[in-house]
Design a protein around this ligand. Structure first.
Ligand SMILES: Cc1cc2nc3c(=O)[nH]c(=O)nc-3n(C[C@H](O)[C@H](O)[C@H](O)COP(=O)(O)O)c2cc1C
Length: 316
């Protein structure tokens, strides 16, 4: 008998649906026992978000400051698991506050110690540096990352920015104005997540988790877009400066914090709509000379390897 624990947090239910579909083929097998744990905050984040709450979550998300979560039940903590499937979403290029808060708990560290972990990400499209931060958090838990599956919005970056903001501020996952595509991960990708569950099941039952990521990559569990990796790395450098400034100068709810957050929001708009298109042209112009480095990065970020570099807000 194999024991699997599925841990996640989801506001809209998108990640819950991904994990339900992913684990469906595993649940059909008698020899595998699946337990689920949903992370709950002591003070829940709003959904739908207001504009100000959405911005206000930036410094603490990026600086990976934990908040209180409800206790993990003893029935979960008292078991040893053969595999943990950890579903998470990205907030401001970092693992979301609920996931970060969970992984920093001493109880979670004990639960994950010496246990293989598969991460399942459901986000817009910018997750590469968040996963580097998650690898660090898993390292601090002494957990062993054996697989990573990433489901993203496949529409072009600027379209997905518009549609996700509408979704987060309305709480409804529908086509904005009837012309934009639906936000978030497509229903097709959500429905087909079971193919990854089958791979996990086969590798687990054959005691071959060390080859899991290779098998998952054959099913396109991770697709790396080089331009998004470059943007993610650069944005981490600038976000780091903004987050530290807002955190150091602006006390909670103070006028100073609100003013700095407003400035940060204008900065974000400028970067997304002015800098990013210019950067994309530069990316295309320099594609050939940088081809080798881009290829190497693609291979690394598709893998579960850990580079020997600190990732706390720094580009690698
Ligand atoms: C405050 C906030 C910040 C976000 N930042 C990012 C981000 O940096 N990169 C990204 O790909 N998605 C980002 N997203 C989208 C989430 O990763 C996720 O797709 C969305 O919140 C739906 O997840 P759910 O399952 O919790 O509803 C952000 C969402 C929120 C609410």
């Amino acid at each position: 008998m194999k024991n699997i624990l599925v841990i996640h947090y989801s506001q809209s239910g998108q990640l819950s649906e991904i994990l339900d579909n992913l684990t469906a083929p595993i649940k059909l097998v008698k020899d595998v026992n699946i337990t689920s744990f949903t992370i709950e905050m002591e003070e829940e984040f709003p959904f739908p978000w207001t504009k100000s709450d959405f911005l206000d979550a930036f410094p603490e998300s990026f600086l990976q400051k934990p908040k209180k979560i409800k206790p993990i039940p003893e029935t979960i903590l008292s078991q040893k698991y053969d595999l943990i499937i950890l579903g998470y979403q990205v907030w401001y290029l970092s693992p979301s506050i609920p996931i970060n808060s969970f992984l920093k708990l001493p109880e979670a560290k004990r639960l994950l110690a010496n246990t293989p972990v598969v991460t399942v990400i459901g986000c817009r499209n910018m997750w590469v540096m968040a996963q580097e931060k998650l690898k660090t958090l898993l390292g601090e838990c002494n957990a062993k990352l054996v697989g990573n599956i990433v489901l993203v919005d496949r529409h072009i970056n600027h379209i997905s920015v518009i549609t996700i903001v509408k979704w987060m501020l309305s709480g409804v996952k529908k086509r904005y104005l009837g012309i934009f595509p639906k936000p978030g991960v497509s229903q097709k990708d959500i429905n087909e997540a079971g193919k990854f569950g089958t791979v996990i099941l086969n590798q687990l039952l054959s005691d071959n988790l060390q080859n899991l990521q290779e098998r998952l990559l054959e099913k396109k569990a991770v697709v790396i877009k080089s331009f998004l990796v470059i943007v993610d790395k650069r944005a981490n450098l600038f976000f780091s400066k903004w987050a530290k400034l807002i955190d150091s100068k602006g006390e909670a709810n103070s006028g100073k914090r609100q003013a700095l957050l407003r400035m940060f929001s204008y900065y974000l708009l400028f970067v997304i709509w002015v800098i990013a298109p210019i950067a994309f042209i530069l990316f295309l112009l320099t594609y050939i000379p940088f081809y080798g480095k881009l290829k190497e990065d693609k291979k690394y970020y598709s893998s579960i390897n850990v580079r020997n570099t600190r990732t706390n807000g720094r580009a690698i």
